[in-house]
Write a protein that binds this ligand. Structure first.
Ligand SMILES: Cc1cc2nc3c(=O)[nH]c(=O)nc-3n(C[C@H](O)[C@H](O)[C@H](O)COP(=O)(O)OP(=O)(O)OC[C@H]3O[C@@H](n4cnc5c(N)ncnc54)[C@H](O)[C@@H]3O)c2cc1C
Length: 478
């Protein structure tokens, strides 16, 4: 019997698992995909928002403002890339000047300290490449950019190092209420738990409806992006927003924590919850809208495009709390933006909630908050590189030439807890295939390494999802 079963291994499920692993509890995380962070958490703008956008008094505002300053400690403990940078919301006309004034007031009401309104000369000195038609901007200096999937992977690893169990390829199909709690049935087996935490992203309403009466619905809202080559990464220094609309925060231009440039997302309500397809027309529209910010964004440097799905609830706010008619069943649902920014604070809140429902948990004396650091070969000094190669010659073999990733780094992320099992799983953890050639050169080598390290046939190595086979059959009788 588990104390807590968490459904979903996105940023919410992994954060809650990690925070619960501080206590003497049996914890299971059930994830339908073959990797953690394989839904909304892998495809977003990766911003640690300051917290001026969400409505005053909302859960979004509360947890965003509380969550933002928590990132520095957790990213340090878990060796996850985080960069603190400014954010700017641009105004191009008098109406938008009014909007940024309102956002400023909202930010102050939400408790922000590092927020100002700046004029067009100040904007130009901070961001010389923006269109000269900018009239002014809202500036915050406590924004951040983070590696969202790296964070979720690191949280899962740290939770497992502290005893939590992760069950991938386990899709929750039904849940029975029993006298001591719940039995969760997946395609792989059944898991009994005293408490359930529903972190199932766009599917969280369906999970809720398995045990409680319908109280919210989730619509997927698609956002599409371009990723540009690192040679375009310095086009802006800040996260640059246009004024928000009822559909969201609008198309942004921002650097990524690894030095690429991100442009997007658009915003479209769609019907199919797991549709991650990009569409040419909408991507063209992203280009068009982004040119309002910078006329000459070098779109010839696009290296890939992707889709993220917002889990938009019909309540207008995060749905967090025990379901009224299902004791011990906690919803963490409708976690659309700023869900990533809010995640550390939501996780602590959920732990406190479970403690109050259960009467308290006993702390583990040996909880270890530190994750073993990754070796990032390209960041090492010459002497450190020599030592790493001496220790393990696989650090001397560069597999990904775009990102300078060695075989040693790839093998390491395969063998960690919550380790990589797919080509994209390796890519998200240590970046081979994230560069200009998008895996054109290193992809086959990564397949070989996965096959060798996992002891599986190369034909069975998948790109990402369980059915995304890459190789069909052997050629030339090899
Ligand atoms: C376009 C876009 C841009 C965004 N930008 C930002 C930003 O810059 N800053 C910010 O703070 N937030 C941002 N967000 C929001 C942020 O990405 C989300 O709030 C966050 O990733 C949600 O995490 P989650 O764990 O709730 O959901 P998910 O990451 O979707 O995880 C849910 C998990 O549950 C699993 N699951 C679903 N059903 C089942 C089942 N039946 N059984 C088992 N497992 C199941 C899924 O496979 C998935 O892994 C953005 C979102 C989008 C879409």
């Amino acid at each position: 019997m588990y104390d807590v079963v968490i459904i979903g291994a996105g940023i919410m499920g992994t954060f809650i698992a990690r925070e619960l692993s501080r206590y003497k509890l049996r914890i299971a995380v059930l994830e339908k995909s073959n990797d953690v962070a394989n839904a909304t958490t892998k495809a977003n703008s990766a911003i640690v928002h300051s917290g001026y956008d969400a409505k005053v008094g909302s859960l979004k505002a509360k947890f965003n403002v509380l969550g933002n300053p928590m990132f520095d400690k957790v990213c340090e403990e878990l060796d996850v890339p985080l960069r603190r940078i400014d954010s700017l919301v641009l105004a191009f006309n008098e109406d938008e000047m009014t909007t940024i004034g309102e956002l400023y007031e909202r930010g102050i009401s939400n408790g922000l300290k590092k927020i100002t309104l700046i004029d067009k000369e100040q904007v130009a000195s901070l961001e010389p490449n923006l269109n000269k038609t900018v009239l002014g901007a809202l500036r915050t200096t406590d924004c951040g950019i983070v590696g969202p999937f790296e964070l979720a992977v690191a949280l899962a690893e740290n939770a497992m190092d502290n005893g939590a169990e992760l069950f991938l390829n386990n899709e929750v199909k039904s849940i029975d209420k029993v006298s001591e709690g719940y039995i969760v049935h997946t395609n792989e087996g059944s898991y009994k738990a005293k408490y359930l935490v529903n972190c199932a992203g766009v599917h969280a309403d369906e999970i809720n409806n398995m045990v409680a009466k319908e109280s919210f619905r989730i619509k997927p809202r698609r956002g599409q992006y371009f990723v540009l080559d690192k040679s375009a990464g310095n086009l802006v220094n800040s996260v640059v927003f246009q004024c928000p609309t009822s559909m969201g925060k609008g198309v942004l231009v921002l650097p990524t924590v690894h030095g690429n440039l991100l442009v997007g997302p658009d915003s479209q309500d769609i019907d199919v919850k797991d549709n991650f397809d990009t569409t040419l027309d909408d991507l063209e529209n992203v280009k068009l809208v982004a040119r309002k910010t910078i006329i000459n964004i070098p779109f010839d440097k696009v290296i890939t495009s992707f889709v993220g799905l917002r889990a938009t609830p019909d309540t207008g706010d995060f749905v967090i709390g025990e379901a009224g008619d299902a004791k011990g069943f906690i919803n963490v649902a409708g976690i659309e933006s700023p869900g990533l920014s809010a995640s550390p604070a939501i996780a602590l809140h959920v732990v406190e909630l479970l403690k109050s429902i259960s009467g308290g948990f006993e702390e583990k004396k040996d909880f270890n908050p530190i994750r073993r650091k990754l070796t990032r070969f390209y960041e090492l000094s010459e002497q450190e590189k020599t030592e790493a190669i001496k220790r393990d010659p696989r650090y001397g073999r560069v597999i990904c030439r775009c990102e300078n990733i060695t075989e040693g780094e790839i093998v390491d992320v395969i063998h960690r807890k919550a380790g990589a099992r797919t080509v994209d799983g390796v890519k998200r953890r240590t970046r081979p295939g994230m560069g200009r050639c998008q895996g054109g050169f290193c992809g086959p080598r990564v397949i070989e390494i996965l096959s060798r390290e996992l002891g599986i046939n190369m034909l069975d190595v998948v790109k990402d999802g369980v059915s995304s086979k890459i190789l069909d059959k052997e050629t030339k009788g090899i």
